[in-house]
Design a protein around this ligand. Structure first.
Ligand SMILES: [Fe+2]
Length: 302
């Protein structure tokens, strides 16, 4: 029989463990346990002799108290310390939740990112929140978004259905950046009944003018089934790995494909996708089993 004392101890204990679990998921994991997630691969169409290190930041979601300009600047320093050849950023710079103690304006988060340095440059794409938090862009149905202007102001180019050819050790390669697949929200005021993407995969890849390998940057991984084998590697964010991930399974994933592209390295039909778990969060300030991460991807060294 359960005594009253036993019951109260049980309730008290449960409350305490729940409280410490919450403190962990809200305070410790999202803020203090950032780590570097390393991948090493030589994808198809990758030339022998091209060793490339890409350090990737995704889903920063600037806000107080979790992702302040100071923290963003220190993440930039951490990324630089990995000695990247190139730094792609995968979108979603502003806060993705209303549960914040304060906003971090684009005029604050962009300068914090301006410390990123790599010999082949820092390149960015935009995510859904870069569009969704910009009411003017929603109304007009076009950019340039606040995020795009802020990134360009600090000298970080934004690839929206655009490509750039880079070179290392005499080998060329392409970075192709897709415009956001969920850019325009539905709304009667805006005359839209469905979410409208601005992505143009075919048009983007048509700008690639030689046989050098392609790295595609696409905020949402849902484009992956349409990506042709010509692309060596697709890099995505957006899912945050579900933010809560247990035993390799994420209960909630913002993707039509559920867990298929929720997180990590996915190989399908000899095509490669890496989905970053990202750095910030959206909807609720929680991370559990999915620490904030900076990607270090070494290509051609295996
Ligand atoms: Fe996103």
């Amino acid at each position: 029989m359960i005594t009253r004392r036993g019951f109260l101890k049980f309730v008290g204990g449960s409350f305490l463990s729940l409280a410490s679990l919450s403190a962990y998921a809200v305070g410790i994991e999202p803020m203090l346990l950032t780590h570097v997630k390393r991948y090493q691969l030589t994808p198809p169409h990758w030339p022998a002799g091209l060793k490339l290190r890409a350090v990737v930041l995704s889903d920063i979601h600037a806000c107080h108290p979790w992702m302040t300009p100071e923290r963003i600047a220190s993440l930039a320093a951490e990324a630089n310390a990995l000695k990247p050849d190139v730094i792609p950023m995968l979108g979603d710079y502003p806060a993705g939740t209303r549960i914040v103690t304060g906003w971090v304006d684009a005029s604050e988060w962009a300068p914090a990112l301006s410390g990123l340095k790599a010999p082949l440059g820092v390149w960015s794409i935009l995510g859904n929140h870069d569009w969704w938090e910009d009411r003017t862009a929603q109304r007009v149905g076009a950019g340039p978004t606040i995020s795009r202007k802020a990134l360009e102001t600090v000298g970080i180019p934004v690839l929206e259905n655009d490509v750039v050819r880079l070179e290392k050790d005499g080998h060329g390669f392409w970075l192709a950046g897709l415009a956001d697949q969920l850019a325009l929200l539905p709304g009667r005021a805006w005359g839209r009944s469905h979410v409208k993407g601005l992505d143009d995969l075919d048009g983007t890849l048509a700008k690639v003018s030689d046989q050098a390998p392609i790295i595609l940057l696409a905020h949402e991984p849902d484009i992956f089934p349409k990506v042709p084998g010509r692309v060596s590697l697709t890099l995505s964010g957006h899912t945050h790995g579900g933010q809560v991930r247990l035993f390799g399974y994420s209960p909630v994933v913002p993707s039509r494909f559920g867990n298929r592209f929720a997180y990590g390295h996915v190989v399908e039909n000899d095509r490669n996708l890496i989905v970053s778990g990202g750095l910030g969060f959206s909807i609720a300030p929680v991370r559990f089993g999915m620490r904030p991460e900076i990607l270090q991807i070494d290509l051609g060294s295996t």
